[in-house]
Structure formats: C-alpha cells, structure tokens
Design a protein around this ligand. Structure first.
Ligand code: ZN
Length: 447
C-alpha cells in the first residue's frame, strides 16, 4: 500500500478518539483486572441487527498465555506450526495491494485446517458485499496460524468459561457479552509474520455472535485497525465489513447516541457526515451533493438525514440506513461506496509495470503492464497508452505494446511512453476520486 493511507487513517482515528467523550457503557468498575495496561477505544455491536456503540477497553488480555513446550511439540507434530503464513489470496505485489491479515484464535494445533476454512469463509462473506466484491482483486489476504492450548474462546458459551488461547480473545469484555476483545500486542506478533499487513481480522473460534473494531491504535502497530469476529456466525462478518470501512473509506459512523444532542464541531472530514442540509450542500457542491436525490442501494433516496457521527442534531448522514449505521443491512450507501473506492485506490494500484521503469527502454523492446483482476461489478478499468503525453488510441485496452509501433519516432531524442488505467465506474462521480482511480507507469524510450 502507499503510506499516505496509514498516516491519514491513524490521524483520523486519533482525532476521533480524542473528540469522543467516554461513553461509559459498561462502567469502569466492571473493567477486567488486567493490571496497569493501557486502554484503547473499541466499537462493538451489542445486537446483531442494531446500531453500534463505543467504549474503552484494556489493550492486553488476561487470557493469552504462551504455549508450553509440550504444546509446541504437539503443534510441530501436527504440521501446523505456530505462526505459519498461508496466502489465501495473492493478487499482486504487496506494494500495490491492500493486505488483509487474518489470524485465528481458540484453534488448537489439530484445528488449524478448521481455521483456514473459517478464514476463507469469512473473506468470501466480506467480498460478497459491494464494493468489496467489485474490488476483491486489489486485496491480498494472508492467514496466520496461531496455535492455542484450548479450543474455543473465553466467555463462550457462558461468562464463567475461561480458555487459554494464543491471542486471549474474550467475550464479555467490559461486561458486554457481544464485545470480543483481544490482546493487541499478541495480535501484533502474529500480524508481523505476514509479508505485509494493512488491516487485521482476528477470527475467534466460536459460533456465538460478537466482535469489535479497534481504532486509534498507536502508530507503531503499523496497520490501520483490528477487527475481531466470531468464526461460525455469519452476522459477525458484517462487523469486519463495517470496521474495515472506517480504515479504508475514512467513513464516519452514521448512528447517534440518545442524549448527545447538538453536534459541537465544525464540518467533519468524513465523506459521509456533514453539518450541511441538502440545499446548502447542493449549493456548495460539496460532500455527497452529486448523489442527492438518487435511489440508494440501502433503500430510499439519498438526502440529508439528521443524526450521525454519534450526535443527534445539526449533523447529517446520506441515507436513512446503511451498513455504517446498523448491521441490519449489508449495504453501503452511494456516498459510502464512492468513498470506499477512493480508499481502495489510495492504498492499492490497479496497474503494475512488468518492465523496469527506471531503465531506459528501446523503441523495439516490448513494454508490458499487469492489471489487477477487476472489471466485474462496479469496477470498470480502462488502459490507455500515451507517447509524450498524446494518446496512441490504437493501443487502447492493451496490456503490452512496442514503442515503435505506438509511434515513438526514430530520432535522437528521448521520449516518454505512459500506460495509464482509469476506473470508469459510474459508482464514482467526484473528479477528485476519479483522479485517485488513475494509476500509471512511464518509461523513457530511446532509439
Ligand atoms: Zn463504526
């Protein structure tokens, strides 16, 4: 990925956590006794069909213990070494992809094949949801095996159940049954084994609905966020789809808390929250002005609906409902979808040169690029070739050309040949986002 995303997302997350008053949902007195460790913000969805909530939880877990030597031997014997990385989807170089790392918790040495199956199922479920579905080809997915002593996780089925697991994930975090917390430092040791990690999903071995999303992580974690989800509950998949949207699309939550009252801030940076009503937004041609009045995939029509970004009044969301408001739908609204596409291209490249661009090429040497495997659903990438900035129209759509045939003249000057792919999807209306979807490679060509 490009480092720009990380800085932006972390800054946003930090600003968000600083701006948020402590919600005190569970009450500090109920917090697990984990000593003097630091606390972090999490978001969770107490009801599988409902709106989210936020609270502060310990960064570490009392339920993560190192595996004993005997367990390590068992793991070796079962040929499922702790920390082994299995690529579930390797679509391109990590520098040109969003890299999602999925780590299992509560799987014993003998259950690592179950973990891989669960991880595949979860990723398949996430990528059933648009726009993840249309842009699946911009993601690499790495599964990292973590061998736990016990099968299952703490708090399942009951609050009194305690399991010793590699990442220490547990239900009943902060006295909230459906909130699955995890040990962030243990998680990092496994995430760091993947070739690259932009986003982490922890899959906890459980059929019980639950999960969480961590944001505002310290910059030295090196990735934008951690989602926790239970493995064998399809409703929990939506938690990961929602949480990744904060990191990728820089989307705000579209729900509000009773009693929060008036929005106390100026215009938010998030693309899906605004202090402007529809008339003013249209007049200023800002935020989701270009989508106002359109029929939305989430149902209804795009407008300005009061209540968003946790506040009740003076701040608006684009649609009545969406996956950023409630998990009773798996639909992003049109502005959210466009913001996600912007995020995909901020962090990934649809075009990878197969011939070194730092070396001067000959007129007769073939220049090739590889395109991400897109082109279904919303995504509509189109390649064009340029000689000294002028399009060689005959080469449109090709992934391989010879400069001489493109029209590079046989003179003593150097020339520039550029391959450029732009996503022409109708899911993008903003010129700035369209620019983001444009990826290119340029070679210097000499006779
Ligand atoms: Zn959220």
């Amino acid at each position: 990925m490009h480092t720009g995303m990380r800085r932006t997302a972390v800054a946003t997350a930090l600003a968000l956590s600083a701006a948020l008053p402590a919600t005190g949902v569970a009450g500090a007195a109920d917090a697990p006794t984990t000593g003097t460790g630091s606390h972090v913000d999490v978001e969770y969805f107490p009801d599988p069909d409902g709106e989210g909530a936020r609270t502060s939880v310990p960064a570490t877990s009392p339920h993560a213990q190192p595996a004993t030597a005997a367990q390590q031997r068992t793991a070796t014997a079962a040929a499922s070494a702790d920390g082994e990385v299995v690529p579930l989807a390797e679509t391109g170089p990590t520098a040109d992809r969003l890299d999602v790392t999925i780590i299992g918790d509560g799987y014993t040495a003998d259950e690592q094949d179950d973990f891989l199956e669960d991880a595949r199922t979860k990723w398949d479920e996430v990528t059933d949801i648009d726009p993840y579905k249309s842009y699946e080809g911009l993601f690499n997915v790495w599964a990292v095996k973590a061998v736990s002593q016990d099968s299952g996780v703490t708090g399942d089925p009951g609050q009194d159940v305690v399991k010793n697991t590699a990442l220490g994930s547990y239900f009943w975090c902060s006295s909230t049954e459906r909130l699955i917390c995890v040990d962030l430092d243990k998680t990092k040791t496994y995430a760091d084994k993947a070739p690259a990690t932009d986003l982490v999903i922890v899959v906890s071995n459980s059929a019980k609905y639950g999960g969480a999303g961590y944001s505002g992580l310290a910059a030295d974690y090196g990735y934008d966020g951690v989602s926790t989800i239970s493995s064998d509950n399809d409703r929990s998949t939506l938690i990961a789809a929602h949480e990744m949207a904060h990191s990728i699309g820089l989307l705000a939550d579209e729900y509000q808390y009773a009693g929060y009252g008036d929005y106390p801030y100026s215009e938010p940076a998030s693309p899906n929250a605004s202090t402007l009503t529809a008339d003013r937004m249209a007049a200023q041609r800002t935020k989701w002005a270009s989508w106002l009045g359109e029929t939305d995939p989430s149902g209804g029509v795009v407008g300005t609906f009061e209540g968003a970004d946790y506040y009740e009044y003076g701040v608006y969301r684009p649609t009545e409902n969406s996956i950023m408001r409630s998990l009773n739908t798996d639909r992003f609204n049109l502005p959210g979808r466009e913001a996600m596409i912007a995020g995909f291209y901020r962090s990934a490249n649809a075009l990878t040169p197969l011939v070194d661009t730092s070396v001067t090429a000959s007129r007769h040497a073939r220049l090739s690029v590889e395109l991400a495997d897109l082109g279904t659903g919303l995504s509509r990438p189109q390649v064009r070739w340029y000689v000294d900035g002028r399009e060689a129209r005959q080469a449109r759509g090709r992934t391989s050309v010879v400069p001489a045939a493109l029209g590079v003249p046989s003179d003593r000057r150097t020339h520039k040949v550029t391959a450029k792919v732009t996503d022409t999807t109708s899911a993008v209306r903003s010129p700035a986002v369209r620019d983001l979807t444009s990826n290119s490679a340029t070679w210097t060509v000499k006779r």
